[in-house]
Design a protein around this ligand. Structure first.
Ligand SMILES: [Zn+2]
Length: 447
């Protein structure tokens, strides 16, 4: 009997194994939508449209069929990892938390990927430390399925806001990171941005001017359940961890848990291809709009703040990977947001100045692919300036090759696995871009 159980687990393990494929096609045809239609459970990790190359995470059961499709399109492929979960296990030897400073603005707080508990402790320190307590307010906006808190950090200064001599109420800016569990860089960069706002509030004239007009609200870790799962079980995990209708039936298959939070927002939910109805898909949209507590909490928080003071004016949504500056709409290629030209012009100017033209700016549905239920589309229904940054400090074509990472085949890896040393590099770039964007907004609209 034991032998049968062991055999069963062995085959279950083979069936559930996921492989990471690097695929390249000779033509720029629309390979992606064809592949996604043929393989509903495939997960696109990275792509380079100019080069027609893609990195996919793929269940082992798809292998033969995908090989055939690639062959028919005269494409080529390389398998980067035969068992993604085992190849990229998280290293257990992390530095002890006792080395961290009493100063919540110390660089040690953004030079690492914290655990959820460490992150909570740091936020509490921000609220209680003499350096920051007068500048910080914490908002617990909800709880996750696994009962972790969703905490928004508000930066509020007493700099008076005056326009043409008259005192005005401040507007608000919303920034979030960590919506997708494996995108650790976006959590680190959100923390970095928060710290830079606080450090530079007096010394940098542009930061000071921005804080005169805006309160800054940051939710650095929107998906703490998924984040912890990606730390402890599966480094390439994307969704949250709530059970779905398939979780019990496919008890052993962890992919049948969780909802893609960036397909669950209540605007144009399920209106287009690109948000899966399959509970075992990496981009599962959930059973209804805002069915997930993470999304519902954010939606309620933004709506609540919207009718009181302060009003939300802009939203910066942090993801990784790919060096894209994405503008709404995401759900359609047929329409543009009404102020698209203004968004595009300002974003392009800032990207050229700050990122040296290495970010591509444009409508999300064109630069990536149309998908529905995203946070920037939802935010665009009541904010004039909502955008997504797909971060990445270096982009060397696909797959990313990081030679010092000895654990990965051929020295090549996927972008999610970049180390914490990238937080400062990318954070510095994105912080500057946000400052330039907001400062230009203030000059154009408030002065
Ligand atoms: Zn993402």
């Amino acid at each position: 009997m034991i032998h049968i159980a062991v055999l069963f687990l062995y085959f279950l393990n083979i069936l559930q194994a996921e492989h990471v494929w690097f695929v390249k096609f000779p033509s720029k045809d629309d390979h992606l939508s064809h592949i996604e239609k043929s393989f509903p459970l495939i997960d696109l990790l990275q792509h380079d449209y100019n080069d027609s190359s893609y990195v996919f995470l793929l269940p082992s059961t798809y292998q033969t069929k995908l090989r055939r499709l690639i062959h028919q399109a005269n494409g080529s492929y390389r398998i980067l990892s035969n068992n993604a979960r085992n190849t990229w296990k998280v290293s257990p030897d992390r530095p002890k938390r006792s080395v961290l400073s009493d100063n919540p603005l110390d660089e040690s707080y953004y030079q690492r990927f914290p655990t959820y508990d460490e992150h909570q402790e740091w936020q509490q320190l921000l609220q209680s430390s003499p350096q920051t307590q007068k500048l910080i307010r914490l908002h617990t906006i909800g709880q996750t399925y696994e009962n972790r808190s969703l905490t928004v950090v508000q930066i509020h200064t007493n700099y008076p806001r005056r326009i043409q001599g008259r005192r005005k109420r401040k507007q608000a800016i919303y920034i979030d990171g960590g919506m997708h569990a494996r995108e650790w860089l976006s959590v680190g960069v959100a923390n970095y941005i928060l710290i830079q706002f606080l450090l530079l509030r007096e010394s940098d004239p542009k930061v000071h001017e921005i804080l005169r007009h805006f309160d800054i609200f940051v939710l650095p870790m929107m998906n703490p359940d998924g984040y912890e799962y990606s730390r402890t079980h599966n480094r390439l995990w994307r969704k949250n961890r709530s059970p779905t209708s398939h979780s019990e039936f496919w008890n052993g298959d962890q992919n049948c848990y969780g909802v893609d939070l960036n397909r669950n927002f209540p605007y144009q939910w399920n209106s287009t291809y690109g948000a899966s109805s399959h509970p075992c898909s990496h981009s599962y949209r959930g059973i209804s709009p805002a069915s997930e507590s993470e999304v519902e909490s954010v939606v309620n928080f933004l709506r609540r703040q919207r009718i009181s003071h302060p009003k939300f004016y802009a939203y910066f949504n942090l993801h990784s990977y790919g060096r894209f500056w994405l503008l709404p709409w995401t759900y359609t290629m047929l329409e543009r947001v009404t102020n698209y030209d203004e968004l595009f012009e300002r974003s392009t100017r800032v990207a050229n100045e700050v990122m040296n033209q290495t970010y591509r700016v444009g409508q999300a549905s064109f630069l990536l692919y149309p998908c529905s239920g995203t946070s920037i589309d939802f935010a665009s229904t009541f904010m004039s300036h909502a955008m997504t940054f797909e971060l990445s400090p270096i982009f060397q074509g696909l797959p990313m090759c990081v030679e010092q990472n000895k654990t990965v085949n051929h020295g090549c890896t996927v972008g999610f696995l970049i180390g914490p040393e990238s937080i400062q590099i990318d954070g510095n770039e994105i912080f500057k871009a946000i400052i330039e964007y907001l400062y230009a907004l203030v000059q154009d609209h408030f002065v």
